[in-house]
Design a protein. Structure first.
Length: 113
């Protein structure tokens, strides 16, 4: 049986996200970059939402947090966390992130209608 990693509290999660952004220890995965282009979502909007910048309405949607490996042969290193907010134009955006080694991979971005 695969042991799940401990799920971070909101405070732990937001603190870690802010630290990773400030230290530039994040990476937009290819999937996220493709979705950003398709959906017209900028890197800056994603980072402002994740970083909790005023006016971007960062919240955590715990119902969408999941614990699953990147591939079938792996055990999960951490949960995949769902962060939601608004871009500069007020459109709602959902961002899925995780933590791996020293980085915060940004897995995907989604427009919420």
């Amino acid at each position: 049986m695969i042991k799940k990693p401990v799920k971070k509290t909101d405070r732990e999660l937001f603190s870690l996200i802010e630290r990773k952004i400030n230290q530039k220890e994040y990476i937009f995965l290819n999937h996220a970059q493709k979705r950003q282009l398709e959906r017209g979502i900028s890197d800056l909007d994603v980072l402002n939402i994740l970083g909790g910048k005023s006016g971007y309405g960062r919240i955590r949607n715990k119902k969408k947090d999941v614990c699953e490996p990147f591939s079938l042969n792996d055990s999960p290193e951490d949960w995949k966390y769902c962060i939601e907010g608004k871009d500069i134009d007020g459109k709602k955006i959902r961002i899925i992130i995780t933590f791996s080694d020293n980085y915060m991979p940004i897995i995907t971005v989604i427009n919420i209608h």
